[in-house]
Design a protein around this ligand. Sequence first.
Ligand code: MLT
Length: 223
Amino acid sequence: MEEKRHAGILAASFVKDGMTVGLGTGSTVYHVIVRLGERVKEGLRIRCVSTSEATTELAESLGLDLIPMSEVLNIDMTIDGADEVDRSCNGIKGGGGALLHEKLVADISRIVVWVVDSSKIVERLGAFPLPIEIVPFFHMQLISKLEGMGFSPRLRMSGSCPFTTDENNYIIDLETGFIEDPEGLHRKLKLMPGVIETGLFITTADIVVVGSKDGAKVLRNTR
Ligand code: MLT
């Protein structure tokens, strides 16, 4: 909790007056949004693009100015969380269920900052189950195909119903084991009919802010 807050506060300090800011989704980004709400009350002028209904609700409650994705071609800086990050700044995202919007917002962002607690930094991705967003119509068939490929796919549930994303899709969480080639696996999954997006984010983050008990440190993507 403290680590997430430290990371969130440092990342929020990177936002400058006049920026268009992408707001990710999740428990660490929560602290970023709260701090940005305080900075806006102190006079910071920014426009924000949200990646999920949950983030929209929080940002609106704090008085942040939200604009729809349909009105922006470029975003100055996006701040988002991640479920796992390796030393090359590749990551697994989607634990919060917003991976598709998060990937699209990152795609048009000049700078992508991820905020994580220290437990999220790993040598190799894959301990965290890999979320993939899929077409509901084809979920049974995809589960069967993914089983055949040696993964252990699980349809994400919300109570007794499948969890649905903000785009009304389903999510399958895949037990992949350690991922030798994140980009190769991403490409392989994306080529499967019915797979809309994967939670593998390949060298997406320019900066990763890692919270610790006493503060936060910054890792830079040197690619
Ligand atoms: C995600 O990528 O799903 C979340 O943003 C990770 C988080 O909870 O911080």
